[in-house]
Design a protein around this ligand. Structure first.
Ligand SMILES: [Zn+2]
Length: 252
């Protein structure tokens, strides 16, 4: 039964991932989200219904547009797969609970921010504002408690605000401050600390790797929202276990 449900969650996940690709594209082009059929960004031909199957169409078409033959960005299957895997991860951790549904909604926002920041070095208020409202309401619904959410938002926003002020906006952008506050709302302050720790660890490894391989210089800016959203996703799934593990470590 669990396996069947997990497969169903996976299928829902790739479909929502497919929708997120549309949202990411239309945030960029400033089109409406629900109007009009999807088209090939290169030749602008409307995509046929049979080529709109998430993940499978990309495989069948071998990553090329049926009309113009140009390559389709690997972002499309990657986002579909990542969304599906995250949903399955959340399902295995929380089964079909309120937390599961609300964390899936958070995941959708996180994936949009991740891809958009990676591609455009930008965290949009058009995404952050609804995310803030939904995270606040969601946190109350799953019983995180007003205080924990509020402290999370203050620590998350404040942490980046301080760095923004010290570096006069050189290390991080204003969007990171708003993202910090929103993930504080999503996680509450304890899991937020776990998420920040994971993000910085991942960010340093990647940063050092890129500098070592000569692809980036020390001064280059990394889109930190990418690490922050990935860290938040990990904290949503395993944050509780991480905190318990850390507490045990302190206790022993
Ligand atoms: Zn095309």
């Amino acid at each position: 039964m669990i396996v069947l449900t997990a497969i169903l969650v996976f299928i829902v996940g790739i479909s929502i991932g497919s929708f997120l690709n549309v949202v990411i594209w239309r945030l960029h082009t400033q089109e409406g989200f629900l109007r009009g059929r999807s088209y090939c960004p290169k030749c602008r031909t409307t995509i046929r219904a049979k080529d709109l199957i998430p993940l499978l169409s990309y495989i069948f078409l071998r990553g090329r547009c049926r009309d113009c033959g140009k390559t389709i960005s690997w972002q499309y299957p990657a986002v579909e797969l990542a969304t599906a895997l995250a949903f399955v991860g959340l399902f295995l951790r929380y089964s079909l609970s309120e937390e599961f549904i609300i964390y899936c909604i958070y995941t959708a926002f996180l994936i949009i921010v991740f891809v958009f920041d990676l591609k455009h070095y930008l965290i949009l208020d058009r995404v952050m504002l609804p995310a803030a409202v939904i995270s606040f309401v969601g946190g109350l619904l799953i019983g995180l408690g007003f205080q924990r959410i509020l402290i999370g938002a203050i620590i998350g926003g404040g942490f980046f605000m301080i760095q923004f002020l010290i570096s006069r906006g050189k290390w991080i952008g204003g969007g990171d401050i708003r993202l910090g506050a929103v993930i504080g709302l999503m996680l509450g302050w304890e899991k937020l600390l776990a998420a920040l720790f994971i993000s910085y660890l991942a960010g340093s490894f990647f940063g050092l790797g890129l500098v070592a391989s000569g692809r980036k210089k020390w001064q280059s800016r990394l889109p930190f929202g990418v690490f922050l959203t990935a860290g938040t996703l990990i904290a949503l799934i395993w944050g509780g276990d991480l905190i318990n593990w850390y507490m045990d470590l302190l206790g022993s």
